[in-house]
Design a protein around this ligand. Structure first.
Ligand code: ADP
Ligand code: MG
Length: 462
């Protein structure tokens, strides 16, 4: 199993690891909660292959510990599957290639009295999440305009700014963009970005370690406070209380706060005082992008990743994935990885081959007569052609009645159309069949279990 790897040079093994990691990201994104994915996994980097260990770098020992303890095994399993040999995971804390924005701005202010630096505690802003990289369309125009206004004049225009909307629609991106833009032009401007999940974790840890004073120093001395996915605070009473005080202190000193959530304030199960504070600011939502915007986003991502995509491919992908921009990006990563592994161009048919099945999982299950007939025939050991034919043998008739009944209950095929599909019967025969089956369902429990099982399989299998 080592041979496969030893044959490759160092650059090639790194490239292979990068591809494996890209694939792993797509899977992990679906396994891990969004805030954790954004904070700890997406910021990690493939570093090198070392014998059969994949070395992944993180920016803090906290991230290292988090990944190791929570998802170490999952990741090793994904990489093992990808490489086809047993891969161990090794996580190292690495130097950051791009210094976090906050770190640059910090020296002018007194550092909190602690042995942990801000960079070790807070997640840095992602420089890719800039306004320049954000494609504006009808469904995010207002959110974008508010974010830009806040970045221009923090604490003056819309405070707090509250952005809400579904997963993968650009809330975190816009929030980072505000931080990058506002912090970028103001020396000594302290930006703190934190997710609801991290805030909770920090607070709970500070309670446990009797370091709440330090916690407060760290949190209340900010110029721009970005709190992502605040719905995470729901149901955590003490954290919510602490959040309320932090919020007030920052807000009352005229500093800017930006919040995101997967739902509007009125649907957040939080203290009404907090909800009304949110509602006093600017509320704006982001909804799923239209086709043109999805195409523009793909185009822009492809350009920045230097992937060549024809208009045909862009249209195919934009039509396939409609509700989540993160999935759009995931599709691009997959396509790119496959095309470079296979050393071929990305064509529409490759896109269909690579993505079709994967995203079909999101599509509703299609149930039609032929699927029902096959399933019933398989279950009772008869031929599908008999069920659809004219045979009057008792067993076949019983199977045909079950198939008619399932067609009637699981599809919206009309009675005459059902009759036609089953050997040219008329609609009263179909009604009669359905009644027969229903009578037996009420009397015969074994039969009811069989029909129930068939119905469940038809509704879940593709
Ligand atoms: P959310 O926080 O709403 O779940 P994110 O901000 O994490 O979504 O966005 C998911 C991905 O989609 C990110 O990689 C982001 O860069 C990208 N994205 C979202 N909206 C846009 C947009 N309008 N233009 C370009 N990229 C976008
Ligand atoms: Mg987000």
């Amino acid at each position: 199993m080592f041979d496969k790897q030893l044959q490759l040079g160092e650059d090639e093994t790194l490239l292979a690891l990068q591809k494996a990691w890209a694939d792993a990201l797509v899977t992990l994104q679906e396994m891990v909660s969004k805030p954790s994915f954004e904070s700890w996994i997406k910021t990690a980097l493939p570093v090198r292959m070392q014998a059969n260990a994949a070395v992944i770098g993180t920016h803090s020992s906290f991230a290292k510990h988090w990944i190791e303890s929570k998802h170490g095994e999952d990741i090793a399993e994904i990489l093992t599957k990808h490489f086809g040999f047993d891969v161990k995971l090794k996580i190292e804390v690495i130097e950051q290639t791009e210094p976090p924005i906050m770190a640059e701005k910090l020296p002018a202010k007194p550092k909190p009295q602690t042995n942990l630096s801000d960079e070790a505690v807070f997640q840095p802003l992602n420089t890719r999440y800039s306004f320049d990289n954000f494609v504006v369309g009808p469904t995010n125009r207002l959110a974008h305009a508010c974010a830009a206004a806040v970045a221009d004049e923090p604490g003056r225009t819309y405070n707090p700014l509250f952005i809400y909307g579904g997963a993968g629609l650009g809330k975190t991106h816009l929030m980072h963009a505000v931080g990058l833009a506002a912090g970028g032009i103001r020396p000594d401007f302290r930006v703190v970005y934190v997710s609801g999940e991290q805030f909770t974790y920090h607070y709970v840890t500070s309670l446990r370690e009797h370091r709440t004073a330090e916690f407060r120093r760290r949190y209340r001395n900010v110029d721009l406070w970005l709190v992502d996915d605040i719905q995470f605070l729901m149901g955590k009473e003490r954290t919510e209380e602490e959040f309320f005080h932090t919020f007030n202190e920052i807000y009352e000193t005229g500093k800017q706060i930006v919040l995101t959530s997967d739902r509007p304030p009125r649907d957040l199960d939080l203290d009404t005082r907090l909800r009304s504070r949110f509602e006093c600011g600017m509320l704006t939502d982001i909804s799923p992008p239209d086709l043109e915007t999805r195409m523009a986003i793909l185009q822009s991502k492809a350009e920045s990743e230097r992937v060549l995509l024809s208009d045909e491919v862009i249209l195919y992908v934009a039509q396939l994935i409609t509700t989540n921009i993160r999935q759009l990006e995931g599709a691009l990563v997959r396509l790119h990885a496959y095309a470079s592994l296979m050393k071929t161009e990305v064509t529409a048919s490759l896109a269909q081959e690579v993505l079709g099945d994967y995203y079909l999982q999101n599509a509703p299950v299609v149930i039609d007569v032929s699927k029902i007939v096959d399933e019933v025939a398989g279950r009772f050991g008869v031929e599908p052609t008999d069920i659809k034919g004219k045979s009057r043998t008792k067993d076949i008739v019983a199977c045909r009645q079950v198939a008619m009944y399932l067609t009637r209950t699981l599809t919206d095929t009309s009675l005459p159309a059902i009759g036609k599909a089953f050997g040219g019967k008329d609609h009263s025969t179909v009604l009669h069949a359905c009644r027969k089956v229903e009578e037996r369902l009420n009397k015969d429990r074994a039969f009811a279990a069989q029909v129930d099982e068939l119905s469940r399989r038809l509704q879940t299998e593709r």
